[in-house]
Design a protein around this ligand. Structure first.
Ligand SMILES: O=C(O)[C@H](CCc1ccccc1)CC1(C(=O)N[C@@H](Cc2c[nH]c3ccccc23)C(=O)O)CCCC1
Ligand SMILES: [Zn+2]
Length: 308
């Protein structure tokens, strides 16, 4: 096959079978995807590793027969698969080649620490815990979580929103918004890996932030220093604005394109909620005109959450 590229069968976190892209070299298969445009452009790939429940070293994911169905491989199968889907969305729908716009390699590490109930963008790669099996199952098992984490990298290369207070809540919200565009069959975040014993709940709800303890209006903004100034709390306000807009125009993809363009062309590291409203309006005008119905819907979406 070209560059020893193979498509393989893998089993994900929730026991679901899917096709992943792997590479054969030195007599074994690696969880390395060379099928993307980034490879033909720069030779960089999507690569997925495991921490094997440690916290410092990560190890190659290899398989002798290219059938990735071991229980210890499930988190990696999903991290790899969903990273590929997020790459594809940014490239095919938004014209962005990886998170830096220049085909940068995309690295994920799974099975971080022990019973670790979280995931994060570490600054150069994604890192996922296995969860404790009660609060979370392996967090790479959720498309929206992977899209959320990789969008933090996009934000670093576009607006550069500082991760605290209002700019930090926007940083958070842009990750949730792009995740909801890609994982588009609900308005929930993290539901596929959160509390396996409880159905219907989620980490966050964009349609009803209050359902998961977030404010949905500026007059409910939480002034706190914890969590970098409440970035995972106050993101409910711009999240609700995105939900209002996407539902009023009847398109998550158009709303996502405006949100992405706002972050790339009109937002900076210190943009606050009012600045985000202005940036999304500028992006909307640039893409569809200030006389478009989208422009009016967008103003209404922000005013409904008390942001002007
Ligand atoms: O990317 C992010 O914003 C979150 C990164 C959190 C983090 C930051 C720095 C070091 C370690 C961890 C991770 C996610 C998140 O929203 N975490 C929230 C909620 C949460 C998950 N696990 C938790 C355990 C305890 C408390 C809160 C949480 C948080 O960290 O607040 C995003 C999607 C799912 C997990
Ligand atoms: Zn985040």
């Amino acid at each position: 096959a070209v560059n020893h590229v193979h498509s393989a069968t893998g089993v994900g976190v929730r026991g679901d079978t899917k096709s992943i892209n792997t590479t054969y070299k030195n007599g074994t298969y690696y969880m390395e995807d060379r099928t993307k445009y980034m490879y033909s452009q720069k030779g960089s790939t999507i690569n997925t590793y495991t921490f094997n429940n440690g916290t410092s070293s990560q190890y190659y994911m290899t398989d002798a027969d290219n059938t990735w169905n071991a229980s210890t491989q499930r988190a990696a199968v999903d991290a790899h698969y969903y990273a590929g889907k997020v790459y594809d969305y940014y490239y095919n729908s938004l014209g962005r080649n990886s998170y830096d716009g220049n085909g940068h390699a995309i690295i994920s590490g799974v099975r971080y620490s022990s019973r670790y109930n979280n995931a994060f963008w570490e600054g150069t790669q994604m890192v996922y815990g296995d969860g404790d099996g009660s609060t979370f199952i392996a967090l790479s098992g959720a498309y929206d979580v992977v899209a959320h984490e990789l969008t933090h990298a996009v934000t670093e290369y576009t607006s550069g929103l500082v991760y605290s207070y209002q700019s930090g809540a926007l940083n958070e919200s842009w990750s949730d918004a792009m995740a909801s565009v890609m994982d588009s069959n609900d308005w929930l975040i993290g539901e596929d890996v959160y509390t396996p014993g409880i159905s219907g709940d989620a980490l966050r709800s964009m349609s009803n932030p209050a359902a998961e303890g977030q404010p949905a209006h500026m007059n409910q903004y939480v002034n706190t220093s914890s969590d970098n100034g409440g970035v995972h709390t106050n993101s409910g306000i711009p999240n609700k604005a995105f939900y209002n807009f996407a539902t009023s125009i009847g398109s998550r993809s158009i709303a996502g394109k405006i949100w992405y363009t706002a972050s790339r062309d009109y937002m900076t590291s210190s943009t606050n909620f009012s600045g985000a409203r202005a940036a999304t309006l500028s992006a909307c005008a640039a893409l569809y005109g200030s006389g478009s119905s989208y422009y009016t819907s967008l103003k209404n979406a922000w005013s409904a959450v008390g942001v002007y």
